[in-house]
Design a protein around this ligand. Sequence first.
Ligand SMILES: [Zn+2]
Length: 329
Amino acid sequence: MNGEREGVAVSRREAILAAAAGMGLSGAVLAGSGAAVPARAAAGRERVLRLAHMTDIHLQPERRADEGFTAALRHAQSLKDPPQVIVTGGDLIMDCFAADEARTRTQWDLWKRVLRAECSLPLEHCIGNHDIWGWNQKKSGTSGSEPLHGHKWAMEMLGLGSRYRAVDRAGWRMIVLDSTFRVGDSYTARLDEEQFDWLSRTLADTPRATPVVVVSHIPILSASAYFDGDNEKDGDWKVPGAWMHIDARRIKDLFARHANVRLCLSGHIHLVDRVDYLGVTYLCNGAVSGAWWKGSNQECDAGYCVVDLYDDGSFEHAYVTYGWQGVPD
Ligand SMILES: [Zn+2]
């Protein structure tokens, strides 16, 4: 599909690059506008916050992941127009869901070291499935009674008082969710009842004029989830509940009652996509680690998303690659 501009056919990539250039960015893979009207007609609005959404970092001692994450942090902070905050999207370390205590400590130590040395920006953290310690009790060798079992280790590392929360920034409300719902030694993506009630009350308590951005590790709604594996091989598309929120229907019904929910940010799939549905834009924002530090994951290069939030509830976004090649098998 091509767009038309002043009678000249514009390729999709050129259009994306032009949109990203409007944000002062280059190397963008997917860029777009969340204004109700085209960005150019939205003059008069004021940008109130630029954030970098860095998801699926999967920090580990192997494959030069620490150097890669360092490169991503330096890249974001040295943009000509740098972000004011970094929002992490979960899967911050490679994995502690199925890892023992020593391996988990090694990964979080690495996390602390890189952030302390390389990040001078404020951070908002989201917890991913791989950041939850020992829910696979068999593989992790945990009993479940360890003081740091489950979310607690990540919460301590990230300085979080709760696994989900709302924070107000620059006139927007940011709601950070916990997507990972335990099922035996594994998980699915859904909000437990307590969290869904909290989300319902939080949205009800948010002034209608306050735009809302929702951050979840696992996408609530995603197009690229269809391409995460060969999941059509049996003749039907199958998107497992662990790839996309299995309670998406309930969440979109809730969002439909709150027109100020504008934007949802996620990761988990390590692919980039944008879904616009019933007035909400759902961005799946690739992975800082690309294919878990092995290179690109399908068409998705290692990168992060720059998101501009405006005072009128509109936004712009661009996925920015930082040139990291990874260490292939
Ligand atoms: Zn991941």
